[in-house]
Structures are given as structure tokens and as C-alpha cells.
Design a protein. Sequence first.
Length: 340
Amino acid sequence: MDMVTTSAPGKVHLIGEHAVVYGEPAIIAAVGMRCFVSAEKSDKVSVVFKQGGYENELPVEEVRGIGNKASDLWEDGNKSGDFSNVFDFCKGNKFCEVSIGTVLNDLGINEGVSINIDQNVPLGSGLGSSAAYSVALIKAISELFGKNLSLEEVNRIAYRLEQFKHGKPSGGDNSTCCFGGLVWFQKGNPNTIKSMKEEIPYKLENFVLAYTKKPEKTTGELVQMVMNLEPEYREPRIKALGRATLEMREALKAKDFGKVKELINLAQEKLAELKVSIPEIDKVCEKVKEIGGAAKGCGALGGGVVLCYHEDKEKLIGTIKSFGIEPWEADLAVEGVRKE
Ligand code: MEV
């Protein structure tokens, strides 16, 4: 096989981010922006990451060593409860080598590979760019070397990569990028990853994304911030988000968009109380609410996109534009990882 190209979508939380880390359910949609990864056999490991403005070439052994080092640092972090060393090690474009090395190690591949990344999920947007990349990368390398991985296996390795980037993530992001569609996700032993296609067979419309700014903190840091809140303060809010997710499932099934809006606005209120919102997100949410819609920050927050809903989409778009923000109208519940 000469070259394999794969792609995986980003994701957007309709509801449940942060609470999902504590075992509450989340509803997550695969979003119609994709990360494309091409893989070709080579005698070294080389990577070209267009959007990161990054190119590098290293011997296979060195890249596998980088993957092992990330794994050791994560294990240390897991013992001490402080993942800052693995976060620092994986920062920025170094994650290219960490991820490729980890996949080669996991699949027992001792050959080189040339990787080309075309990332169309905006970085730092709360739309799961790292999860989409990881899933597409694993699929590309495994297909190139004839490893017949199931989606569950792709997802298992992707979760490992997400751990290096985010410490102890829920696994919701990579699961949605891998399986696609609209996913009911709950962390557990094992995780619940359920397609909501039968319950909610219709197309989700009138949702628009508004990008605020690049988060100053990483997902791992924002998750840690919530963890550092006093449990007596945090827990009732996490539980409220969990209840809202259960209600959201029923509201979507019943096509009760009045209730959907109420729940989106409630989710934003709780996320703000968990101190992960920022003034730029708050402002957009308040304005959308004022015109009779609903809006909430997405992913880890700290910036990134706001998910906005209004029955009158044109009015919503006009409101978002009034902030000088160009709205993104991406499809929701799209196909998961695939070979192109
Ligand atoms: C990040 O996209 C979503 C969080 O809930 C973290 C996670 O689920 O691992 C904040």
C-alpha cells in the first residue's frame, strides 16, 4: 500500500462537559470539521503539520523513545497527582512525535512512517482537535501496516494519547471523534458509549458556533482547576449538570426545543459557577439569551467556541456577527473516523 489517508471529525458537547469527568453523562456530537492524516512507509519518521507550521524528521528508535518517555511521565503524574511534567513534554508540536511514537510502540511497528497532518478542526476551540488528530493518526498508521483494528481498539489508543495531553480525561472526546454521530457518553468501567441515532433520528438544526478566543489554559489545566474547587462547592454543580443532561435527552427525544434552550442556558450558568467561563463567553451567552435563544461554552472552556441555538437562525447569526465574530455553521452528528 503506497499511501493511506484517513480523517476524523471534531466534537462538540451539547451538554455535560466537566461533569463527565466525575462520572456524569454527556451528550456529544461529532462536528463536520475534520482532521485528515496521510501516512506513507519510510525509513525514518517524518511529520509535516501544515496548520502548526511544523516539519521534522527523526530516526524510528528516537520517536519510539519519545513515546515511551511520555508514557513514563504520565505514570509518574498518575502516582503524584501532578501531570505538569507530561503536559510540558507533550506541549505544542512535540505531540506529533509523542503520538506517532506511542502508536508505533502500541502496534509493535519498527518501521518508519511519513505523516502529513491537515487539521481542519480549529486548534484550541473546544472542538476536540487533539482527539480528532489522534483518532485519524491511529487509523492511518494501523491501516498502512495492515493491522486490522476495530473502532474500539483505535479508541483505546486514542484515549492513551488524550491522557498524555490532558492527564485524566473522561474519554468522551476521543470516543465521539472515533464513533461519530450523536453520542451518549458516561465514564465507567467500562465506559458507556451509546449512539443516540435511534432516539434522535432527525437532523439537529439551528445550532451555530461562535469562536471567542484561544484559551490561555489547556484542557488539562482547566480540568485541574475544577478539581481544585472545594468538593462541597463543586459537587452540587456537577450533579446539576448531570441531571440537566438526563433532561436534555428527554427534551431532544420530544423535540421540546423550549426545554432544550432552558437546559443549555442552565449548563452555561453551572459552567460559569465552576469558574471555567470567561467574560467573552459570558457576553455572547447573555446576548443570545436576550434575543430568546440559548448558548453555552464548549469543551474545557476558558475561551474556544460558544454553542448557540435559536429557532430563527438568521437572527442568531446577526447577533453573533454584532460581536465581530464570524459564525461557524457546521453539521452535527457526522460520520466518525474513516479511510478516505
Ligand atoms: C473537554 O473537551 C471536555 C472535558 O469534559 C474534559 C473531558 O471530558 O475529559 C472538560
